[in-house]
Design a protein. Structure first.
Length: 253
């Protein structure tokens, strides 16, 4: 389902539910009693809604930071791969050519095979690690005939270590960024309680009250939808693309 259509459905369903609840509460309940309860209801609503707003904000900020870190990490991994290949070009043949071929192969595997798997939440194959290990062995076994080649070999090895670290972080972000079931329970229950408590207030006209509750329900649903879409940096609404590795493939041709 299209992300925009999904978001609209979330918001419309939540708004309709909130409107129905507000309508029946005003139709069945006693307006006088609600007016007298405004002060007490206001204190309770402020505490619960405030705590819920803090939790939602914390989760959203954490997920936004995770998406940004994953995007930066993908470019760091691709840049380090290209830097390693360029450093290995100073090594004697056949290590120079083989290092470039393996670097290009690794970038293509990440962009064409691993990225769709990460976006779908599937397990990533070990082929990328195998290519990276082959590349590491080629650099380690390459002969270095002078000080310049020794420096280039060391630089290539250091860059490959950065590739490995960035790769590990990327795979961790793809497989472990989901919001846990307990936290989802707290978010959903807190949202429901916030909407229900808003019906304890009295003094406004029925139409005005329904609009207020409807708007509150829609906004909360929109925030929960954003949390749901941002769980996986490589899928859903976040959907970081493999642009960094496509760039690396072009540089390594």
């Amino acid at each position: 389902m299209d992300i925009y259509l999904g978001g609209i459905l979330w918001v419309v369903c939540a708004a309709a539910g909130g409107a129905l609840i507000a309508y029946f509460v005003r139709r069945i309940g006693m307006a006088e009693g609600r007016v007298n309860n405004n002060e007490a209801a206001g204190h309770v609503f402020t505490i619960i809604a405030g705590l819920h707003a803090v939790l939602v904000s914390f989760v959203l900020i954490s997920l936004f930071d995770a998406v940004g870190a994953a995007d930066d990490g993908s470019y760091q991994e691709a840049n380090s791969l290209v830097a390693a290949s360029w450093a290995a070009e100073s090594l004697p043949e056949p290590a120079s050519t083989r290092a470039r071929e393996l670097s290009r192969s690794y970038a293509e595997i990440v962009a064409r095979q691993e990225w769709p798997a990460m976006g779908a939440g599937d397990e990533v194959s070990t082929l990328g690690w195998e290519r990276l290990n082959e590349l590491r062995v080629v650099v380690a076994d390459a002969a270095a005939n002078d000080e310049w080649q020794i420096d280039r070999k060391t630089e290539a090895a250091d860059q490959l270590a950065r590739v490995s670290q960035a790769r590990e972080a990327r795979l961790t972000a793809a497989g472990g960024g989901e919001v846990g079931a307990v936290l989802w329970l707290v978010l959903v229950v807190g949202s429901v309680l916030t909407v229900l408590l808003s019906n304890l207030f009295g003094g406004t006209r029925r139409t005005t009250h329904i609009l207020i509750v409807t708007t509150l329900s829609a906004v909360i649903a929109l925030l929960l939808f954003a949390i749901y879409q941002l769980q996986n940096p490589f899928g859903g609404g976040a959907q970081i693309g493999p642009d960094a590795f496509q760039w690396a493939v072009d540089r390594l041709r």
